[in-house]
Design a protein around this ligand. Structure first.
Ligand code: NAD
Length: 329
């Protein structure tokens, strides 16, 4: 499906990735007919005036039908989610996103939508394969046998499966990407739903501003992850959406760092050194997780490549300017 022929709806457009996606699709010449989110407009991370912005709860089937009206493509990013602190403490809320995914898939089928993009997550992967910081990068096949992150991960895996069967049984073309930790400007950096890169930037900036040169780190800091800059995520969505790949695909960076190394980089950007306090009872997630990009390289000849240092510098500067402006989200 070519970019130019789409009439697109972005669900979860008031969120971090959805807000960037609306802007990017428009820049590519896509007719974005609608941007939808449950949050009041003044809480959206980015609002694009030239599209119809609707505040709707997409757990409700009628609202999904209204959202899908007249669209050829749906980008389904709406989900109740956040960083480890949120998903470990709100498993039922995370699982209720199944209503959004179910009703959006049904609405897309019933309204004759041609293609459906679904944002899955690396949290679908079997926990047993992520028990060591020196983890082998996760291949797509490692989602089975299933033992995903409790709550959030189970819902994502189930909804991936629903996409597969809506395609097989109803002919709705579905494309599924498993995002691995996305970060960048216009992301959540405060309030409990923020993820590690934004949280660490905020803590380092706070330490710099207050002169209290200390930082709290969740876990012992040895846990490893990879982090994908938002521009790579958006480019990956475009490539996967336009492709003929019917299986879920990793969309993540393969630049593995420990949380301690992430703090090193942010300290370097800020030009300070902090005394690290490790909170061993805070949620820290799996011990190690990385994205194996063999399949995306093979299928698309592309993988995320923006270096963490480069993306973090932009993110740090943006959070610093937000904090200066006192605009906490
Ligand atoms: P986000 O929380 O910033 O955006 C999600 C948006 O969905 C929010 O604005 C929220 O208000 C909206 N939403 C929630 N419930 C809704 C409902 N019932 N009706 C309408 N809107 C609703 O998150 P994000 O980082 O932009 O993530 C987008 C998608 O990517 C999500 O599906 C998420 O699970 C997935 N994902 C993100 C990451 C990441 O690192 N950011 C990693 C893996 C997967």
């Amino acid at each position: 499906m070519s970019i130019g022929s789409q009439r697109a709806v972005v669900c979860g457009a008031g969120g971090f990735i959805g807000g960037h996606l609306v802007k990017h699709l428009l820049a590519q010449g896509v007719d974005v007919v609608r941007a939808v989110d449950i949050k009041p407009l003044d809480e959206w991370h980015q609002v694009t005036g030239s599209v119809e912005n609707l505040v709707l709860d997409l757990k409700n089937r009628e609202n999904c039908l209204a959202a899908a009206e007249g669209a050829t493509s749906v980008y389904q990013l709406a989900a109740d989610m956040g960083g480890m602190g949120f998903i470990e403490n709100n498993k039922a809320l995370c699982m209720l996103s199944v209503l959004t995914n179910t009703h959006m898939l049904m609405a897309a089928r019933d309204k004759g939508v041609e293609r459906f993009f679904y944002s899955s997550s690396a949290c679908v992967y079997n926990g047993d394969k992520q028990s060591s910081p020196n983890v082998a990068a996760l291949k797509e096949a490692d989602a089975y046998p299933a033992m995903p992150e409790d709550g959030y991960g189970w819902e994502k895996l189930f909804s991936e499966r629903m996409c597969r069967h809506f395609e097989e049984d109803f002919g709705l073309q579905c494309r599924v990407a498993r995002f691995h930790n996305v970060y960048g400007p216009y992301g959540t950096w405060d309030g409990g739903r923020e993820k590690a890169p934004a949280a660490i930037c905020r803590k380092v900036i706070e330490a710099k501003r207050t002169g209290k040169h200390e930082i709290e780190i969740w876990g012992d800091g040895s846990q490893t992850r990879s982090f994908m800059y938002i521009d790579d995520c958006i480019e990956g969505i475009r490539l996967i959406f336009e492709s003929d790949i019917h299986e879920p695909l990793n969309l993540g960076s393969s630049e593995l760092v420990s949380i301690n190394q992430l703090v090193d980089i942010v300290e370097d950007i800020a030009g300070i050194k902090l005394d690290r306090k490790y909170n061993l009872s805070a949620p820290k997630g799996v011990n190690g997780r990385n994205s194996d990009n063999t399949l995306i390289q093979k299928m698309l000849g592309w993988e995320p490549s923006i270096r963490l240092r480069v993306g973090l510098e932009k993110t740090y500067n943006w959070i610093e300017s937000e904090m200066r402006a006192g605009a906490a989200k």
